[in-house]
Design a protein around this ligand. Structure first.
Ligand code: KG4
Ligand code: ZN
Length: 339
C-alpha cells in the first residue's frame, strides 16, 4: 500500500510518498524562505500564492522520485490545520481533488500531531507513556501520550511560540529571516552566561509556556548594553545567552512535567528541535532522568510531508471515521477550532 502526504500549512510546499512498512520512498520540500526574507516574516498572501504555483510540481516530483505512477497511490493524507488558512486550503483542495479523481480515501491530519510523528519515522517502537514537546515557529506544546494516537495537551504557550521569540529578536537585530537557525550558528561562538535572564514562571502552577517576558527582557538588554549586529564577541554572547534562556524555559517545564506524569520516554520535535544546543540539553536531561529520548533527524524537524504521511498512515490503519473521503472537509487555522 502506498500513501501520499501533502503539507502546505505555512511557508513550505511539501509532498512525500510512504509505503505501509513506513519506508519513505520520497520527500520533497520546497521552502519559500527567500520570498518572505525581505519582509522579516511570512506574508500570508504571498505564501498561498506560492503554494498555488508550486503544488503540482512538488507532488509530481515526489511521485517521480518514488518511481511510481500516481495511480498507484492507495491513500492520500493532508494537513488540515492549524496554520495559515489560505495556505492550508491550497493543499487541502489539491488533495481532495486527487482523492476524488482517483477514487481513493483522504485522511486529514493535524500539523502539530504530525510533527510528533516525524519521530516515529525513524523510531517506530517508541516507549510509552511519553511526553512530547513540539517547538516550532507557530507552536510550543507539551503532550502526555499513552500511545501513538493519544495526545493530551498538558502545556501550551500563552503568547509567543519559542521559534517566534527567536525570530522576533533576530528581526529586531536585523539578522535576517528565519532567525532561529542564524542565532543557532552565531550562539555557538558566544558565552551563554554573559547576560543572565530570569526564568518565566506561571503563577497558577500550570505547565504552560510564556516567552513574551523573555522577549521584553531581551529588548531591554539590547538597549542597555548597546547590542548591535556584527561579529563582535558581545553580540554572540547576547545571542547565546538569549537562546539558552529560551531553552531553559522549555527544559524547566519539561522537568516539572516529568515529575508529574512519570513518562518512560521523551520526544522532541518541530523546527526549533533543529537547534543544536536544545538537542544537547534535551538528550542530557533525558540521560540524567534515565529516560529514553527521541529526536528526529534535523531534516524532519522543520515542516515536511513525510511526517504528514506517517501520521496519515497511522490514522488510516487505526480505521475510524477520519479515514473516509469527506469532500466537505474544511481547514482550521487553530487547533482549538477543529471540529
Ligand atoms: O516547524 P517549523 O518549520 O514551522 C512551524 O510549524 O512553525 O518551524 C519553524 C521555526 C522557525 O521559528 C525557525 O526559526 C525555527 O523553527 N528554527 C530554528 C532552527 N531551525 C529552524 N530555531 C532554532 N535553531 C535552529 N537551528
Ligand atoms: Zn510546523
Amino acid at each position: 500500500m502506498l500513501l501520499l502526504g501533502i503539507e502546505t500549512s505555512c511557508d513550505e510546499t511539501a509532498a512525500a510518498v510512504l509505503d505501509d512498512q513506513f519506508s519513505l520512498l520520497s520527500s520533497v520540500v520546497l521552502s519559500q524562505e527567500k520570498i518572505h526574507a525581505p519582509y522579516g516574516g511570512i506574508v500570508p498572501e504571498l505564501a498561498s500564492r506560492e503554494h498555488i504555483r508550486s503544488i503540482v510540481h512538488v507532488v509530481a516530483e515526489a511521485v517521480r522520485r518514488a518511481g511510481i505512477d500516481i495511480q498507484k497511490i492507495d491513500v492520500y493524507a493532508v494537513t488540515q490545520g492549524p496554520g495559515l488558512i489560505g495556505s492550508l486550503l491550497v493543499g487541502l483542495s489539491f488533495a481532495k481533488g486527487l482523492a476524488y479523481i482517483f477514487g481513493k480515501p483522504l485522511v486529514p491530519v493535524d500539523h502539530v500531531e504530525a510533527h510528533i510523528h516525524s519521530t516515529f519515522l525513524e523510531n517506530p517502537d517508541v516507549l510509552f507513556p511519553a511526553l512530547a514537546l513540539v517547538v516550532s515557529g507557530g507552536h510550543t506544546s507539551l503532550f502526555a501520550m499513552g500511545h501513538k494516537l493519544d495526545y493530551r495537551l498538558v502545556g501550551k504557550t500563552r503568547d509567543d511560540a519559542a521559534g517566534e521569540a527567536l525570530d522576533k529578536i533576530a528581526k529586531h537585530l536585523d539578522l535576517g529571516y528565519p532567525g532561529g537557525p542564524l542565532i543557532d550558528k552565531l550562539a555557538e561562538k558566544g558565552d551563554q552566561a554573559r547576560f543572565p535572564f530570569g526564568l518565566p514562571h506561571m503563577t497558577d502552577g500550570s505547565l504552560d509556556f510564556s516567552f513574551s517576558g523573555l522577549k521584553t527582557a531581551a529588548l531591554k538588554t539590547i538597549r542597555r548594553a548597546g547590542i548591535k549586529k556584527g561579529r563582535s564577541g558581545v553580540f554572540c554572547d547576547f545571542l547565546a545567552s538569549f537562546q539558552m534562556a529560551v531553552i531553559r524555559a522549555l527544559m524547566e517545564n519539561l522537568e516539572r512535567a516529568v515529575r508529574k506524569y512519570r513518562p518512560r520516554s521523551l520526544i522532541l520535535s518541530g523546527g526549533v528541535a533543529r537547534n543544536r544546543s536544545l538537542r544537547k540539553e534535551f538528550q542530557a536531561f533525558a540521560g540524567k532522568k534515565d529516560l529514553k529520548a527521541y529526536v528526529p533527524n534535523p531534516s524532519f524537524c522543520t515542516d515536511n510531508a513525510a511526517m504528514v504521511a506517517a501520521l496519515g498512515l497511522e490514522q488510516f490503519r487505526s480505521g475510524g471515521s477520519k479515514a473516509g473521503f469527506p469532500l466537505d472537509l474544511n481547514a482550521y487555522p487553530r487547533r482549538e477550532a477543529r471540529s
